[in-house]
Design a protein around this ligand. Structure first.
Ligand SMILES: Cc1ncc(COP(=O)(O)O)c(C=O)c1O
Length: 458
């Protein structure tokens, strides 16, 4: 079926397509945005209008759009071997990619288990932790600790790890064992630890220890943490936080899972976010940027010790996914990593991240901007009703501000980003890693004009 006009395509989209996490009624009286092509950090809609992709699609398009070498790698692999499973077989692209990822990963994280998505990676890590502890003679360890408001995916297991009550309730009962601890939102730190970031970080890390003790150390399998927590609007770790968490995990024999579905592959200027913050996790979960979105792929990289019980006798990790480590996706990931090397993508982020921060910081002069936080090419801008008191918007105001105005206005002004109120209202930015000062300026100018108008509407 082809469509002879944008109007026909629009009508068919309204009739047949179900968009994710989307209030479909929002399009009863308006058009669904249709993006048809991309080039570098820009995408274009079906009417030819250009947008700066300030969210890299969905934290995905690291090297930007339109790189033909990745398309060629996909075509070459599909012609040679389009599909074969990793169930009892290997294929060269998956082997090469696993080897390359093991080389890039910190410490002795040398073994790669592929998936097709981030949710599957998160869920695979939980299943591995459970089976690993059973094989090791600690069958009671099944609980997983994660942070308030943290998003770790939508499949039932990943949703049980996710800390966003609003997207869980309708799917209860979820798998048992999810335990919540505070996140590292320093802007909203409780008064008794708000004096300095270090004290706050130690308190937040110690809350993990308190949760382990409360639950019973023999029942806890893993702690899931993003290097920089996305949901809630970019919470970087306070100094010393991850070092303390690592100590706590070691003390109680709990696995540390670094959920790097967003933070890996350059988002923070390193291949892995854990590298930036100087800790070695037991498992890294990844997806999104590993292919820059030219094909779907995810997975987990695990320490040698975690595969040991599976290397002898009858032991088998009882888990698999048909398309995991798909040959085409693996070939695309290899081509993506080639671009990272040839174009010095990490170097670009490291050279320009201060400029990105400084440009966004300029927005602090607006009355609606309460906080600007993040790292690398990953920022959240928290919107407040009163800067002095840090008072946030109530549900009704947030609804009018974010859904009623900001989301559309920013897009209409030519910027793809995300106005999110899963925690306090924030604007999230994660542009392609090829961006430079001219793109930061464009982002700042659009945000300035739209946020200035938003203030008049409160
Ligand atoms: C930290 C984190 N974990 C897991 C996921 C789930 O990934 P996917 O949407 O590929 O299932 C996401 C998605 O945004 C994420 O940000």
């Amino acid at each position: 079926m082809t469509f002879s006009s944008p109007e026909e395509l629009q009508a068919a989209a309204k009739q047949h397509l179900w968009m994710h996490f989307t209030r479909m009624s929002a399009y009863n009286n308006g058009d669904i945005p249709v993006i048809v092509r991309g080039s570098g950090p820009y995408v274009y809609d079906d009417k030819g209008k250009r947008y700066l992709d300030g969210l890299a699609g969905l934290f995905v398009s690291m090297i930007g759009h339109g790189r033909t070498e990745l398309a060629e790698a996909a075509s070459k692999q599909a012609s040679e071997l389009a599909y074969f499973p990793l169930w009892s077989y290997a294929h060269p692209s998956a082997v090469q990619l696993a080897t390359r990822l093991a080389e890039l990963a910190p410490g002795d994280l040398n073994r790669v288990f592929f998936t097709t998505s981030g949710s599957e990676a998160v869920e695979s890590a939980w299943k591995l932790a459970k089976q690993y502890f059973k094989l090791r003679g600690e069958p009671g360890r099944y609980k997983v600790i994660s942070r308030d408001i943290a998003y770790h995916g939508t499949s039932m297991g990943a949703l049980a790890v996710t800390g966003l009550a609003a997207i869980k309730g309708d799917f209860e009962p979820l798998p048992a064992g999810g335990v919540r601890v505070p996140n590292t939102n320093f802007y909203r730190a409780p008064d008794f630890v708000a004096a300095d970031e270090e004290t706050f970080g130690i308190w937040a890390a110690d809350e993990i220890e308190r949760a382990i003790l409360r639950e019973g150390p023999d029942s806890v399998a893993a702690v899931y943490l993003e290097p920089v927590q996305n949901s809630g609007g970019c919470f970087p770790p306070p100094p010393g936080y991850f070092q303390r968490v690592r100590e706590i995990c070691d003390r109680y024999g709990v696995l540390l899972v670094s959920d790097e579905v967003i933070c890996a592959f350059g988002r923070l200027g390193y291949y892995f976010g854990s590298e930036r913050y100087g800790y070695v996790p037991d498992i890294i979960t990844f997806a999104k940027g590993v292919t820059s979105g030219y094909a779907p792929l995810g997975g987990m990289i695990v320490r040698d010790v975690l595969i040991e019980p599976f290397l002898t006798g009858h032991a088998t990790f009882l888990h698999g996914i048909t398309f995991a480590g798909h040959p085409v996706s693996s070939a695309v990931a290899l081509a993506n990593l080639d671009v990272f090397e040839h174009d010095n993508i990490l170097g670009n982020v490291r050279a320009n991240e201060d400029g990105f921060r400084a440009t966004l910081e300029k927005l602090r002069d607006l009355p609606i901007v309460g906080d600007v936080r993040g790292a690398g090419y990953f920022y959240g801008i928290e919107l407040v009703k009163d800067k002095g008191t840090r008072e946030t918007f109530n549900d009704d105001e947030s609804e009018r501000l974010l859904r009623g105005f900001l989301s559309h206005a920013l897009f209409d002004a030519g910027l793809v980003c995300r106005a999110d109120d899963r925690g306090d209202p924030v604007i999230q930015l994660a542009p392609p890693l090829i961006c430079t000062q001219e793109h930061f300026d464009e982002i700042e100018q659009i945000l300035r004009s739209v946020l200035t108008e938003a203030w008049t509407k409160i």
